[in-house]
Design a protein around this ligand. Structure first.
Ligand code: NAD
Length: 372
């Protein structure tokens, strides 16, 4: 008979396993090892035994498995980090939940709204939970701007710009799961710009409509290689969103024009406080600077910042961030963008429910656009 583990407390770090030991997994294990008072990495799993052996040796992880269900049964971790390709997230998260284990899933959390709602439905009211890794919400700069939106300290947000202008050559898409609807769920909108779109939604709240175009302009792949969208928000702000993997001068850019100041973030894959700037409107120099200076500081965006909060929430027996409700809002914007581009019309979140073809599959089951 299984004897329940003692409730995690200061003397009992959470027992964590990492599944998928490819590119992104090292950010997870290095963050977990830096948070060693709160978590201990007890196992790793991968279907590739060579990658698994290199990874577990490098990080001194005591147990290794090539089968997730066996690992869940034998190790019974408190938390599993799913660092596998996107098409596996739904099935693997459900396996964790069925075993009573919390899951932290890399972005994108699922291939469709149907899959993510399925995962949300399998959570328990007191856990186990599924959280999604969207690390850009967790830097102090983002938290500072969110507080200013909520307090009205810079006036109303009026206009936003959200650009993910990255460069990925053709070889990048030779990895079999990339750039395909049935394994990645989309192109740079779903796979790359989703980070900045999630940050935009974390700052501005609920979106109300999206109007978009998407194209396959240069890469040989199944999905789009760029998309452009106009997004309206419930608070009255409007945003221009561009997602590209064709941009040799790479940049991740967010800009919010409030009544009393412009706030900008320029970075690539992560940011610190110094990547944010504030430009006050004439007449608001002192007030805007004071509101800005009063905010949080000192935390860079990244896996460490989010994982620290995930562990703290689980230890407090609360739903860890980013919750399935928050991740659904972001995934619904991605689905809305694709639905709008494919149908050449404006789309609202309300229509992206069960029964919509864009609820079950991001491309709606068709071939939404041709190569140029
Ligand atoms: N948050 C970020 O900034 C960020 C950055 C890069 C990638 N990602 C996401 O991380 C995830 C993984 O991306 P990656 O670049 O590390 O991929 P990868 O291909 O480098 O690694 C995936 C690993 O999963 C393993 N794997 C495949 N099938 C498996 C299975 N059934 N069970 C266990 N392991 C299995 C593979 O052998 C491989 O080692 C993707 O969802 C990707 O979008 C997030």
């Amino acid at each position: 008979m299984h004897t329940p583990d003692p409730a995690p407390g200061p003397a009992h770090p959470l027992r964590v396993a990492v599944v998928g030991t490819g590119n992104i997994a090292r950010y997870h294990v290095e963050a977990l090892q830096a948070l060693s008072g709160d978590a201990v990495v007890v196992a790793a799993a991968d279907v590739n035994p060579d990658a698994l052996a290199v990874f577990t040796d490098r990080y001194g992880i005591p147990e290794r498995f090539t089968d997730l269900d066996r690992m869940l049964g034998e190790v019974r971790p408190d938390l599993v980090h799913l660092c596998t390709p996107p098409g596996l997230h739904h099935g693997q998260a459900l396996a964790c939940l069925r075993a009573g284990v919390n899951a932290l899933v890399e972005k994108p959390p699922a291939l469709s709204l149907a899959e993510l709602e399925d995962m949300a439905a399998a959570e328990g009211p007191q856990g186990p939970y599924v959280a999604t890794l969207f690390q850009h919400r967790f830097g102090s700069g983002a938290r500072r701007v969110r507080a200013l939106v909520e307090s009205g300290g810079l006036g109303r947000p009026l206009l936003a710009v959200c650009h993910t202008l990255w460069f990925r050559d053709q070889a990048y898409f030779d990895v079999p799961w990339r750039g395909r609807w049935d394994t990645e769920g989309g192109g740079p909108t779903m796979g790359h710009g989703i980070h900045q779109m999630d940050l935009l939604l974390a700052l501005l709240g609920d979106w109300t409509e999206v109007s978009a175009t998407a194209r396959r302009q240069a890469r040989v792949m199944e999905t789009e290689d760029l998309s452009l969208a106009h997004v309206a928000f419930a608070n009255g702000a409007v945003a221009s969103v561009v997602n590209s993997v064709l941009s040799p001068r790479e940049e991740s850019y967010i800009r919010l024009d409030f009544e009393r100041a412009t706030v900008e973030l320029r970075h690539l894959y992560g940011y610190g406080d110094s990547d944010w700037t504030l430009t006050p409107a004439p007449g608001f120099e002192e007030a805007a600077a004071a509101a800005w200076a009063a905010g949080e500081s000192g935390v860079a965006s990244g896996h460490h910042a989010q994982i620290a909060q995930v562990l703290a929430a689980l230890r407090a027996k609360e739903p860890p961030p980013v919750t399935t409700a928050d991740a659904l809002r972001t995934l619904r914007l991605v689905a809305g963008l694709y639905a709008s581009a494919a149908q050449r019309r404006t789309v609202t979140p309300a229509e992206l429910r069960r029964g919509s073809r864009y609820y079950d599959r991001m491309h709606g089951g068709g071939t939404p656009w041709q190569s140029r």
